[in-house]
Design a protein around this ligand. Structure first.
Ligand code: SAM
Length: 282
């Protein structure tokens, strides 16, 4: 009998992958954690029945959440990753020799443990000496931090369960305070294809605009996420992601990527009209 992983994206849309084997399933204190081995996308990590990463297309998300910011400010030394327990974001960050310290604050140790065991190509830099893995609630962690991080990457689940507070104005205010005066914050900002996701994205964008002088949205094609097209917020105290983008400098670092490149960087901020209009109208 064929085995399929199936995820409801809306009341009228389901996304399915044919599965070789359901390798791992357990309920952590925070969420249901599953690993599937799929035919087309390799190993798949799901939390509460939602795709987090697959071996085949994780590079798109991790390239875009990390390199877009790193190419705008080449003096980033201290980075905070909130969530990101699969390790993909950390893996890309440590490729920059000038990054001194990466604090990854993941609420759920089980996500890190299963990623270490079943997703070694993604979790491979979690033991890097510049990386501190902290098992804490990111919402609490940022509360008392002040003027320390050059970059905060919110690599979170959707605003349900433990991820809910990561989309609030209080949390963004604490992140703002935790950042240096040149600080950049990136968050994953849902798909614009389906209204119920985009509502969350528009809200998050509006809240960030209340406190950061620069907030721009960019997108990437991620086949296993709802709509296949995902947005990110780029919020910054100083740097504009296009005007302050030094492509020659980034290219001189010679970092080999599978998705990100400097032309794509510029293109990713050129949004389709329906996205621009909805973001402007709120
Ligand atoms: N790339 C994925 C996406 O966009 O779907 C997200 C990656 S997943 C590894 C996100 C992680 O955020 C999960 O492991 C989850 O446990 C963690 N997380 C959720 N709420 C959190 C919180 N309040 N503090 C720290 N980590 C949190």
């Amino acid at each position: 009998m064929e085995l399929w992983y199936s995820e409801k994206h809306t009341n009228n849309v389901k996304f399915s992958l044919k599965v070789k084997e359901h390798i791992f399933s357990s309920q952590s204190k925070f969420q249901k954690v599953d690993i599937f081995d799929t035919y087309e996308y390799g190993k798949l990590l799901t939390l509460d029945g939602l795709v987090m990463v697959t071996e085949r297309d994780e590079f798109v998300y991790h390239d875009m959440i990390v390199h877009t910011a790193m190419a705008v400010n080449s003096e980033i030394k201290n980075v905070l990753v909130i969530g990101g327990g699969d390790g993909g974001t950390v893996r890309e960050l440590v490729r920059y020799p000038f990054v001194k310290q990466v604090d990854m604050v993941e609420i759920d140790k089980m996500v890190v443990d299963v990623s270490r065991e079943y997703l070694p190509t993604i979790s491979c830099e979690l033991d890097n000496e510049r990386v501190n893995v902290l098992y804490e609630d990111g919402i609490k962690f940022v509360k008392d931090k002040n003027n320390f991080y050059d970059l905060i990457l919110i690599d979170s689940t959707d605003p349900i369960g433990p991820g809910e507070g990561l989309f609030t104005i209080d949390f963004y205010t604490n992140c703002y305070n935790a950042l240096t005066d040149k600080g950049i914050l990136i968050n994953q900002n849902e798909t614009p294809i389906y209204d119920e996701f985009f509502k969350v994205g528009i809200n998050s964008n509006r809240k960030l605009k209340k406190m950061f002088p620069i907030v721009e949205v960019y997108g990437a094609n991620i086949p296993t996420y709802p709509g296949g097209y995902w947005l990110f917020n780029f919020a910054s105290k100083k740097y504009n992601p296009i005007d302050d983008f030094n492509e020659d400098k980034w290219n001189s670092l010679n970092i080999k990527t599978r998705y990100y490149n400097t032309n794509l960087h510029k293109g990713s901020f050129a949004l389709p009209n329906f996205v621009k209009e909805k973001l402007e109208d709120g």
